[in-house]
Design a protein around this ligand. Structure first.
Ligand code: A3P
Length: 342
């Protein structure tokens, strides 16, 4: 059975009607989803607590398919991120770096000039496994295969953890991530849902109720893995990339086993990739002004300000104090610290 958009289902437990806002959720997934704890969503009626993180029905279904079917190859590269932490940027940088011998960044027809990074580095949960009745054949994909995901480390497929594939992770200071998420949710939410107020979203965020959150569990999962297996997981922060992109891009290339040569450096290859993937350059491309990605989200909403510290324009001192306390409680002692201002 396929459910149509915003299908209402009678729940068995006397809890009234459940609403699943999707058009292609299998009966089996629907039953599972309806058994999960739920909270009001940011841009959907509800989000559900699945394997310890919050997500939407269609994401849960895709993640189940991904966990069951994805077979990692040692040469795979996975760009894993907290939503709104620089996913688009890191995907662009990774694609440009890994594929530079096939597509020179000096090329006037470089794929990044005509495609959004999410088209070039597809998400498992939004693109690769988005069909509930079809498992894609990925065996013929050009290698190294590049994928993206917001799935927490603990819920990645077994073969990713067991193979020698590489994971590059990025997160961002939670203050800016929150503001970026709030703007994005209100831009892409269906017109039928009311605008999500800043203070309501803030309370949800502090409770951990945000897509793929709690954010602290997400960060700690990859952080611990990056410490235990530094050759497996490279842990990056948005603020560090903004501070010295040249240094961090070289780290990425080395981590992926394709370091830039001195000759490339002298030829300006690194600087050119940085320019190609820069906020200004990407924001002004036609594909990113008028194109769409995933479930018809407009690419232009992926490029807002791209700054560190924009949160000061939105959060009150008491909100800042509260989020600081959440971070101290949840991340204190982990060694994770963030740059909050530019
Ligand atoms: P803001 O909303 O603070 O502007 P994601 O790609 O994970 O969805 O993250 C989106 C955030 O990254 C947005 O932050 C967006 O403006 C910023 N961003 C997008 N492309 C970028 C780029 N090339 N360089 C730096 N920041 C970028």
């Amino acid at each position: 059975m396929a459910l149509t958009k915003f299908t209402k289902i009678q729940s068995g437990g006397g809890g009234g009607e459940e609403v699943i806002e999707d058009d292609k959720i299998s009966q089996q997934s629907t039953e599972l989803i309806l058994s999960l704890p739920r909270e009001k969503g940011w841009r959907t009626p509800y989000v559900y607590l699945f394997q310890g993180f919050w997500c939407q029905p269609h994401e849960i279904q895709a993640i189940i398919t991904f966990q069951k079917h994805f077979q990692a190859k040692d040469s795979d590269v996975l760009v894993a991120t907290v939503p709104k932490s620089g996913t688009t940027w890191l995907k662009a940088l990774t694609f440009a770096t890994v594929s530079r011998h096939n597509f020179s960044s000096f090329n006037k027809n470089h794929p990044l000039l005509n495609f959004n990074p999410h088209d070039l580095v597809p998400f498992f949960e939004y693109t690769v496994y988005d069909k509930h009745d079809k498992v894609p054949d990925l065996s013929n994909m050009h290698e190294p295969r590049l994928f993206g995901t917001h799935v927490p480390f603990a819920s990645l497929s077994k073969s990713i953890k067991e193979s020698n594939c590489k994971v590059i992770y990025i997160c961002r200071n939670p203050f800016d991530t929150f503001i970026s998420s709030w703007f994005f949710a209100n831009k892409i939410k269906p017109g039928s849902l009311p605008t999500l107020a800043l203070d309501e979203a803030f309370e949800m965020y502090c409770k951990g109720v945000v897509g793929f959150g709690p954010f602290w569990t997400h960060m700690l999962g990859y952080w611990k893995e990056s410490i235990e297996k530094p050759n497996k997981v490279l842990f990056l922060m948005y603020e560090d990339l903004k501070g010295d992109i040249n240094f961090h891009l070289k780290r990425v290339a080395e981590f992926l086993g394709c370091p830039f040569t001195l000759e490339e450096e002298n030829r300006g290859v690194i600087e050119n990739i940085i320019k190609l993937c820069s906020f200004q350059k990407m924001k002004e491309l036609e594909v990113n002004k008028s194109g769409t990605f995933g479930r018809n989200f407009e690419n232009k909403f992926l490029f807002r300000k791209g700054e560190i510290g924009d949160w000061v324009n939105y959060l009150s001192p008491s909100m800042a104090q509260k989020l600081t306390k959440v971070m101290e409680d949840k991340l204190g002692g982990s060694g994770l610290t963030f740059r909050m201002n530019s």
